[in-house]
Design a protein around this ligand. Structure first.
Ligand code: ISJ
Length: 206
């Protein structure tokens, strides 16, 4: 990447970002529902079946330039990253990638390092000091950091980027951000549709 492009990306981040604050018009009602559903995603997934969480990786790395604006931190500044996959009744359904500044992972967000297979949700929704940003959603592209992670995780079984819908939001605690990005794998959508059908719900009641 040339210096000029990197300079542009750092200066005008939202203009090259894939993330959108409102749903793409082409999405189904069900997709819009899950991409912008408030509250704990794990709680929503548990209504579809038995949820298992597998930690894929946890390590320090530099903040990706395309994600720096979300964290309001400088590109390449050190962050602590956690990547997990959640399965519903044994079917890999959601891949999540979460990160916080490395200093915060030793401070206000240190709980993130101790979770192991407990979901992040356990430490996010019962603390009045923690606020959540609006959601952003997108269809992934080949260059998207979340897609790069999905490729590492799924290898040759990774679906094309355009088949993957994702959302993200930032949790803030005393000025310290924790970004959570979640990608719905293609196998998730039939499970969600079947569950809604079994419960006799119309889409708007999901
Ligand atoms: C943030 C939540 O926790 C889920 C669990 C995660 C984890 O343990 O790393 C990451 C993203 C979420 O889908 C949630 O359920 O809303």
């Amino acid at each position: 990447m040339t210096l000029a492009i990197m300079w542009f990306m750092e200066l005008f981040p939202p203009y090259y970002s894939d993330w959108l604050a409102s749903p793409l018009p082409s999405l189904s009602q069900q997709q819009k529902y899950w991409l912008f559903r408030p509250g704990a995603l794990t709680a929503g997934l548990r209504r579809l079946g038995d949820v298992q969480l597998r930690v894929v990786s946890e390590h320090a790395q530099g903040l990706h330039p395309a994600e720096a604006w979300m964290l309001k931190r400088k590109p390449r500044s050190p962050v602590w990253l956690r990547e997990i996959v959640m399965s519903i009744n044994g079917t890999g359904s959601v891949f999540a990638r979460s990160f916080t500044p490395l200093t915060a992972s030793h401070g206000l967000w240190q709980g993130m390092r101790r979770l192991r297979t407990r979901p992040l949700a356990d430490m996010l929704y019962h603390n009045p000091q923690i606020t959540r940003s609006d959601f952003f959603a997108c269809r992934l592209s080949d260059q998207h950091p979340l897609y790069r992670s999905a490729q590492r995780l799924l290898g040759r079984q990774c679906p094309p980027a355009r088949c993957l819908l994702a959302r993200c939001s930032v949790f803030w605690r005393h000025g310290q951000p924790l970004l959570v990005a979640e990608c719905f794998l293609p196998e998730f959508w039939p499970l969600a549709a079947k569950s809604a059908y079994d419960r006799g719900l119309r889409l708007k009641e999901l």
